[in-house]
Ligand binder design. Structure first.
Ligand SMILES: [Fe+2]
Ligand SMILES: [Fe+2]
Length: 223
């Protein structure tokens, strides 16, 4: 069940914050493996096979900080949120989805809609109840295009969706999508993406990862 979204910003967590490199804490367990197996074709689009597992690992960490959150809802929603990219016209992903006013591009709405279609296809045969599937779709629908989060779980998915970009693997992939060099891209992460984070633990994790990535990629001199 979704949890009421706290009013304060950034939202403080109550559990321990792990800001170590995300590669040290892959998402544990194998209960989501049947879902992964069902969406393998959709993970081949737009780097989803990198983005989704790393974002899931961040989502697990955020759930440790917010023990009141519905952990399964957060985990399944982040796992499936971008699978819709696998069902849209590949040529339009970069030309429309990552250029100009990309947040409002039609292809963005389309990948959200398709993500909900996939969740409704994949989850019920694996035994997930209709109410749960509806809660997952409520988070997937609008995850990029809606301005505000509607529940704590929605907020945690939004933050996990952004956090992967601060790791060097995320920078390596996403800088190219935006046609930016790593220095310019990491500057953008600091100026535009950190202010969008909704929770205090996510800001701590993002800042630590960004510092590490900038050092690693020598962005102070390679600019
Ligand atoms: Fe998305
Ligand atoms: Fe995403």
């Amino acid at each position: 069940m979704p949890t009421v979204l706290p009013a304060s910003r950034p939202i403080p967590g109550t559990g321990p914050i792990d800001s170590s490199p995300i590669s040290l804490t892959p998402a544990p367990g194998d209960d989501l493996d049947p879902i992964w197996k069902a969406v393998v074709p959709e993970t081949r689009a737009r780097g989803n096979d990198i983005h989704l597992p790393i974002s899931l690992a961040y989502a697990e960490r955020l759930c440790d900080c917010f023990p009141e959150a519905d952990r399964l809802l957060v985990r399944v929603a982040i796992q499936l949120h971008d699978t819709g990219w696998g069902r849209v016209d590949e040529d339009r992903i970069l030309s429309e989805g990552f250029a100009g006013d990309w947040r409002k591009a039609a292809i963005r709405f389309e990948h959200e809609r398709q993500g909900c279609v996939i969740a409704r296809e994949v989850l019920p045969p694996l035994g997930y109840a209709d109410d749960f599937v509806a809660e997952v779709c409520a988070i997937i629908d609008g995850h990029d295009t809606r301005q505000e989060a509607r529940s704590l779980e929605d907020a945690l998915v939004r933050d996990a969706d952004r956090l992967w970009r601060f790791d060097h693997a995320g920078i390596a992939l996403a800088a190219g999508w935006f046609r930016m060099d790593p220095a310019t891209y990491t500057d953008r992460l600091a100026a535009e993406i950190i202010p969008e984070l909704l929770t205090a633990p996510a800001i701590t994790m993002a800042t630590a990862a960004l510092d590490r990535s900038r050092d690693l990629l020598k962005t102070a001199v390679l600019r």
